[in-house]
Design a protein around this ligand. Structure first.
Ligand code: CA
Length: 229
């Protein structure tokens, strides 16, 4: 039996989701507010998150990024709008799958089953068993990163960039995806911004004796954190 966190503010939809989870023999824990769900996830963990895009207190995408800063738990989005799908499918926010409203309980159950199976096999892009470079620890609450127990003195953007890469080790993030996730709306929108921050991050790693290939460059594509799984 798996424990599945359901974060959805609409009662009737939440009921459908919980029902289809329980019918599959899993346990559902439901939250109306995103930050409550996040707190529960941090405290106790879970096997899968079913996440509504439109929540009363925090956007589903923002919440997913917050989850990815510390957890590889698989995330399935519930979405009502076509324009949201592109963003989810682009996987820039680290989701594993999505279901469009209105959906049938059977459809959702099938997606959950498939994501849990892939997750167990370690092949879910945003979840599974990918392990960040050995020795690296991200402490999301303190906005702090350590390598081999030594603290990295990072700026806010350097930290956000590293946390993004560390959320999905081995996954190549494009410069655009990094810009969007790390700088968001107030971006200076220059590819060189990303390159410059990667460069300074590498220098800081080097200063504390970390290996040079921790952050990998994929020519013409982007950057990835070494996967030590
Ligand atoms: Ca909603």
């Amino acid at each position: 039996m798996k424990t599945i966190l359901v974060i959805e503010d609409e009662q009737s939809i939440a009921d459908t989701v919980v029902h289809s989870i329980e019918r599959e023999g899993h346990a559902a824990v439901r939250y109306e507010r995103g930050l409550d769900g996040l707190e529960r996830l941090k405290a106790e963990g879970c096997d899968l998150v079913v996440l509504d895009v439109g929540l009363p207190d925090i956007g589903g995408f923002e919440l997913c990024k917050a989850i990815r800063a510390f957890s590889q738990v698989p995330v399935i989005f519930l979405t009502a709008r076509d324009e949201e799908i592109d963003k989810i499918v682009g996987l820039e926010i680290g989701a594993d799958d999505y279901v469009t409203k209105p959906f049938s309980p059977r459809e959702l159950a099938a997606r959950i089953k498939s994501v849990l199976r892939r997750s167990a096999a370690g092949t879910v892009p945003g979840g599974g068993t990918a392990a960040p470079a050995e020795g690296l620890r991200i402490e999301a609450e303190k906005l702090q990163a350590l390598y081999g127990g030594r603290k990295l003195d990072l700026t806010r953007y350097e930290f956000k960039l590293l946390a993004l890469l560390a959320a999905r080790p081995g996954y190549v993030f494009s410069r655009e995806a990094i810009m969007d996730a790390v700088w968001g709306g107030d971006s200076p929108s220059l590819d060189r911004t990303v390159d410059a921050h990667v460069k300074s991050l590498r220098a800081k790693f080097r200063d504390i004796g970390a290996p040079a290939d921790l952050i990998l460059t994929h020519r013409g594509t982007g950057y990835a954190l070494r996967d030590d799984s």
